[in-house]
Unconditional design. Structure first.
Length: 249
């Protein structure tokens, strides 16, 4: 089964997943090892690996360490075309559909396509929607795009609908790593009600209660990174909070 087939099957059964975001620049190799061990114990579903700007060339080592210490699938979550690695299992092929920067909508993808074609990475197209979070985030600055205002639910809904109609396999509602405010629950709820593909959400989720609420609102995958950078012991509580939002059938 491919990772995407697994995602579709879980979303169809209203099973919620936790993805731990690992930014190789923010962690030492020992920290990555701890995260992998704690995540495996906690039953974490996915690792997302990447960052808005990586300067330390630690991406491959980070993935190797995650894989050496767990069987959790590693999905690239690239901030740019430098962040590709054959050691990962899959890549979120992100098109920044909330913005109007052609490079982020299709330009970088043209550059990445031949590499991806030759690799064995599973390529999963993903409509990436940046939502205003109260301050300028790294992704907003680096992508040179304007986020969707957090109170404009109609814009978020129509953007998500257009993304699905264009053939995106996933949608990602993103407040940005370390966001002041996470994506409003009403926005997650409304977007989910208007699409049929799985929904990812993350950015600024710091407590198990917040993660649980975002999953109940409709996110199929909750992504958390910053909260684990200082305390990887929090992973098991967060995983429980997300998993318990699954509907019992
Ligand atoms: C960023 O949504 C993720 O793309 C995770 O954000 O680091 O704030 O948890 P945090």
């Amino acid at each position: 089964m491919t990772i995407y087939q697994q995602l579709i099957s879980q979303s169809g059964q209203s099973k919620k997943s936790l993805a731990v975001l690992v930014d190789p620049d923010k962690l030492l190799n020992g920290d990555v090892e701890n995260i992998a061990i704690n995540a495996a114990k906690a039953g974490v579903d996915y690792f997302f690996v990447g960052g808005s700007l990586l300067v330390n060339n630690e991406l491959d080592q980070c993935i190797i360490t995650l894989k050496a210490n767990s069987k959790i699938p590693v999905i690239l979550f690239p901030g740019n075309t430098m962040q590709m690695s054959r050691n990962a299992d899959a890549i979120l092929f992100l098109s920044l559909i909330s913005g109007r920067n052609a490079e982020m909508l299709i330009g970088r993808h043209v550059i990445a396509a031949p590499y991806l074609k030759q690799s064995s990475l599973e390529v999963i197209s993903c409509g990436y929607m940046l939502v205003d979070s109260g301050k300028t985030t790294a992704v907003q600055y680096m992508s040179n795009t304007v986020p969707i205002p957090s109170d404009k639910l109609d814009i978020a809904i129509c953007t998500a609908m257009a993304g699905e109609m264009l053939g995106m396999k996933l949608l990602y509602l993103e407040a940005g790593s370390g966001a002041l405010n996470s994506v409003p629950l009403a926005m997650i709820e409304q977007v989910k009600q208007n699409i049929t593909i799985p929904l990812i959400s993350g950015g600024g989720l710091r407590t198990p209660e917040q993660a649980n609420a975002a999953a109940i609102a409709g996110a199929d995958i909750i992504v958390i990174g910053t909260a684990f950078e200082k305390n990887s012991g929090l992973i098991s509580e967060m995983a429980d909070a997300v998993h318990k939002a699954s509907k019992r059938v």
